[in-house]
Design a protein around this ligand. Structure first.
Ligand code: ACO
Ligand code: OAA
Length: 377
């Protein structure tokens, strides 16, 4: 690929603005949310506490957490019109399309859609945090031929989601692993979907439009869509003994190996060790031959990729298999990412508005020189 001097294709290495929300330090392999290491947040804090931290800048005390949880759980139900509208979408469409439509519809229904005040945007963000799991759970059940299960306001965010998906509460180890994934996926600075949300916000458009666009950006397999693609890839390889041979063929065909590589981290994604440990606990807990096969395949491909290319896995690699072992259908994996990243997106939308400048880069033109329009004879 030739690069014209001064052009940063893909904006690689470009610092587009400041942010006080999170930072990825490649040199020390660290990631902090509002100054707190994500490893410590994942080990000791709930997803609701992390959402509060990202939005308000501080972890909540017990009283604020109680109030935050009460407001979130009250907002979970979908009204009849929304539920009916989403149920009418074709089952052939991707669950990310359902989420994209849902957010767009929430915007169309909200009389304060164009109110970009901090208070209005915080209310909208909480509404999306609360309702998106209800949409994802109902959509997975619909595709399995099952009726939706209404949210249970007495359950925490993670437990309620399993309840709405499966009608039962799984082993606490599974809920904990899910919650860890939610904390790790919540925020990652100027990634493609967050930057998309900031571009839309920079035109002074509304929060629902920014989130709808961000969902579209996250869907792609080079970004959030990779967690689903990881599972398809493991299914395609099948046998752990075939991992090396499959990889050689895929690399020779110039295929991108899903769940590997990262624009920012060159020596491994800071979130992977925590997610991998959580995945290892799920594997040990399941202790059945099918899980053992998948885990062996997962390890074999990771080792082969490191040997052949020196490229490390990103968060989508352990998260993809973990979501499968938790019982979610593969197309639902990226919607789970949305349920978490809504926190980071909303924090960035608020930050963009607080110091707004229209995002509008320049392009170096390399099309035809000026020419006269032929006159039809
Ligand atoms: C939560 C997230 O969104 S994390 C990202 C999830 N996405 C994926 O897992 C998709 C697979 N990964 C990729 O496509 C890339 O690594 C990206 C898009 C994430 C990052 O891409 P970039 O920063 O643009 O790096 P780029 O694609 O230039 O890669 C640099 C080199 O490593 C190679 N490389 C990087 N990742 C991969 C991969 N997954 N498979 C094969 N080769 C890879 C490239 O082919 C390139 O090689 P070359 O210099 O010989 O041409
Ligand atoms: O930062 C990125 O480019 C992608 C990523 O890992 C994320 O969004 O979590």
């Amino acid at each position: 690929m030739t690069t014209t001097p001064g052009i940063h294709r893909g904006l690689a290495g470009v610092v587009a603005d400041t942010t006080g929300i999170s930072t990825v330090v490649e040199e020390t392999n660290s990631l902090t949310y509002r100054g707190y290491p994500v490893q410590e947040l994942a080990a000791h804090r709930s997803f609701e506490e992390v959402a509060h931290l990202l939005w308000y800048g501080e972890l909540p005390d017990a009283g604020r957490l109680r109030e935050f949880r009460a407001r979130e759980s009250a907002l979970r139900p979908l009204d009849r019109t929304t539920a009916e509208l989403l149920a009418r979408l074709p089952e052939t469409c991707h669950p990310m399309d359902v989420l994209r439509c849902a957010v767009s519809f929430f915007g169309a229904e909200d009389p304060t859609e164009d109110d970009g005040s901090l208070a209005a945007n915080r209310a909208k963000s909480l509404t999306l945090l609360a309702k998106l799991p209800t949409v994802v759970a109902a959509d997975q059940r619909r595709r399995r031929g099952l009726d939706p299960i209404p949210p249970d306001p007495d359950l925490g965010y993670a437990e309620n989601f399993f309840h709405m998906c499966f009608g039962t509460l799984p082993d606490p180890e599974i809920v904990r692993c899910f919650e860890i994934s939610m904390v790790l996926y919540a925020e990652h600075s100027f990634n493609a979907s967050t930057f998309t949300a900031r571009v839309v916000t920079s035109t002074l458009s509304d929060l629902y439009s920014a989130v709808t666009a961000a969902i579209g950006a996250l869907k792609g397999p080079l970004h959030g869509g990779a967690n689903e693609a990881v599972m398809h890839m493991l299914d395609e390889i099948g046998d752990p003994a075939r991992a090396g041979e499959w990889l050689d063929e895929a690399l020779a065909a110039k295929r991108k190996i899903m769940g590997f590589g990262h624009r920012v981290y060159r020596h491994g994604d800071s979130r992977v060790p925590i997610m991998q440990e959580a995945l290892d606990r799920l594997v040990a807990r399941a202790a059945d031959p099918e899980t053992a096969r998948l885990a062996a395949l997962h390890t074999a491909l990771r080792e082969a990729m490191l040997t052949r290319k020196g490229i490390h896995p990103n968060l989508d690699y352990p998260a993809g298999l973990a979501y499968h072992l938790m019982g979610f259908d593969t197309p639902v994996f990226t919607p789970l990412f949305v349920m978490s990243r809504i926190t980071g997106w909303s924090a960035h939308i608020t930050e963009q508005l607080a110091h707004n400048s229209l995002i509008r880069p320049l392009a170096s033109y390399d099309g035809p020189g000026q020419r006269a329009v032929p006159i039809a004879s």
